[in-house]
Design a binder for this molecule. Structure first.
Ligand code: GLC
Ligand code: CA
Length: 551
């Protein structure tokens, strides 16, 4: 069994500040029983892979009982495991297995909506006078008939569905099968905080909180204004500005309460963490770190910073993003960075194979907690899905707009055998065509593979205090070159990332004295002195330090 040797700066309290998070989309990671769907025993079987990779925490997308209208983001019981993924016993075993390897386990908490099959909603919908009526958003039709206001669902169509039996509409930010809970109701809050406690008692180390910014809606249900920037033919949910449906006043109080619940379980042994899913402009994002109380921030420890996911892939653009983000962070806040997730096209498809290596070096050398999406460490690309094979409800509802999320959810290729070692059955989504070369077993044998690069960078980040917890200093790299330094005490590393198609000379002023390459994206210069006339090759990234300082 493999176990972490520890992290240079990491203590029990702040593993989330200096560690690395790895997102597992459980349907697609490892199947253990031949039904073509990944499961908990499958994940357990691959823990050693994750230790060898060098990550610190796993975030697993939802594994609770679900009708799977939105593949687990429609939950019918918050306190159990879906039979497809296993059982509570499998879960407990996974927690124990992860802990024994020094890995943290983070669950997905989906507070905004339940499934329409959840007993709470069934009761709520049963009668206008039901005790749980106010647990969801029930409204009368508009005066002339039709939905109560103009709000739109994120997966197409109105955010309202009419319930014939009781003559009212219920609200849903996503599918009609995902009715929104009413977070203004104190009973709802109390029930949901009990859900957090249920899993915290079972030993989880924290939660990624799904669409955190959606929880509260306008108390008087005003219409959202039109979005002047909307381009016809785009995602129709973007035709309105979400003024009255997201990031409402009162959210900071909710966040403080949630944090209070996880803090009940944080002890000297280990801190429990909240990671917020927040697609918000920079200044609004910062608010979710919370206010300072006795010198500490009391919001979510890691409000997801998704800027790299949508950025134009140019050195100058990224440089600006990083500088602005660093400048906007409140004192004591932990920065974080994300390149991809189960909702967005994969980085290797966005920026190409060489660009994806530079992106990996960026993610793993910036200041802040990186979150890796499973398979990105292999250079996985989006896998096209034939129209009649589409699984994602977003693509089914709004076909052909390029919104579908199946391509980035393709099963993990573990080897070059049948079904890439993912399943003995028929995989629920098609495997990557390139799986003969893009798979764990092959890449593990190739010292220059993407996997080798990820392992090397993760090990370096773990070992090197400057990379792990050093300060960030923007440098001027020149056109197409992003340059920065990370410094911790006497230790300083310089990162140079060439986003361009041309080789460029490296200015002597950028180089640490007596510079040696700690990591090169090509994995062909590690340990070499940079030399007298140093060059950064096209689409190359380098981590440099002074030879003497590297031991
Ligand atoms: C989040 C999830 C996404 C899901 C949606 C509704 O954005 O990441 O996959 O469809 O919430 O729960
Ligand atoms: Ca299975």
């Amino acid at each position: 069994m493999w176990k972490h040797e520890g992290n240079s700066a990491m203590s029990a309290d702040d593993w989330w500040r200096y560690g690395t998070v790895y997102q597992i989309y459980p349907r697609s990671f490892q199947d253990s029983n031949g039904d073509g769907i990944g499961d908990l025993p499958g994940i357990a079987r691959r823990l050693d892979y994750l230790v060898t990779l060098g990550v610190d925490a796993l975030w697993i997308s939802p594994i609770y009982p679900s009708p799977m209208a939105d593949f687990g983001y429609d939950i019918s019981d918050y306190c159990d495991i879906d039979w497809r993924f296993g059982s509570l016993a499998d879960f407990d075993a996974l927690v124990a297995d992860a802990k024994s390897r020094g890995l943290k386990l983070i669950l997905d908490f989906v507070p905004n909506h339940t499934s329409d099959r959840h007993p709470w909603f069934i009761e709520s919908r049963s009668a206008r006078g039901s005790a749980k009526r106010d647990w969801y958003l029930w409204r009368d039709p508009a005066p002339g008939g039709g939905p109560p206001n103009n709000w739109l669902g994120n997966f197409g169509g109105p955010a309202w569905t009419f319930d014939e039996a009781t003559g009212q509409y219920y609200g849903h930010s996503f599918l009609p099968e995902q009715p929104d809970l009413n977070w203004r109701n104190p009973e709802v809050r109390a029930a949901m905080y009990e859900v957090l406690r249920f899993w915290l008692r079972r030993g989880v180390d924290g939660f990624r909180v799904d669409v955190l910014y959606h929880l509260l809606k306008d108390e008087t249900f005003r219409d959202n204004p039109p979005n002047p920037a909307f381009v016809a033919g785009g995602d129709p949910s973007h035709s309105l500005l979400p003024l009255y449906t997201t990031d409402l006043p009162g959210m900071q109080q909710v966040v403080r309460e949630m944090r209070g619940v996880v803090d009940e379980f944080s002890d000297g042994e280990s801190a429990r963490v909240l990671i917020g899913e927040l697609y918000l402009p920079l200044q609004r994002l910062m608010a979710y770190y919370g206010a300072t109380k006795s010198g500490l921030l009391h919001g979510v420890q890691l409000p997801f910073n998704f800027q790299l996911i949508s950025a134009d892939w140019q050195a100058a653009v990224i440089d600006r993003i990083v500088r602005d983000y660093e400048a906007a962070l409140p004192p004591g806040a932990a920065p974080n960075w994300v390149l991809g997730n189960h909702d967005k096209p994969r980085i290797a498809s966005r920026v190409g194979p060489a660009g994806a290596r530079v992106a990996a070096m960026l993610l793993l050398t910036l200041r802040g907690t990186p979150t890796l999406y499973y398979g990105d460490e292999l250079g996985m690309t989006d896998v096209p899905v034939a129209p009649d094979q589409v699984q994602d409800p977003l693509e089914r509802n709004l076909p052909g707009k390029g919104l579908g999320r199946d391509p980035q959810r393709s099963p993990m290729p573990w080897g070059d055998g049948a079904n890439a070692g993912f399943t003995d059955g028929k995989p629920w989504l098609p495997l990557m065509a390139e799986r003969a070369t893009c798979n764990v077993a092959s890449e593990a044998c190739d010292p220059r593979s993407m996997l080798a690069l990820y392992r090397h960078l993760l090990a370096l980040r773990r070992r090197d205090a400057a990379l792990n917890s050093g300060s960030y200093e923007a440098l001027t790299g020149g056109a197409n070159v992003l340059a920065y330094a990370r410094t911790h005490g006497a230790q300083r590393v310089v990162v140079l990332l060439n986003f361009g198609d041309d080789d460029v000379p490296i200015a002597q002023t950028l180089l640490p004295p007596d510079a040696v390459v700690l990591a090169s994206t090509g994995m062909d210069r590690n340990g070499s002195p940079i030399g007298a006339s140093p060059t950064l090759r096209a689409h190359e990234g380098l981590v440099l330090a002074t030879a003497a300082a590297t031991g």
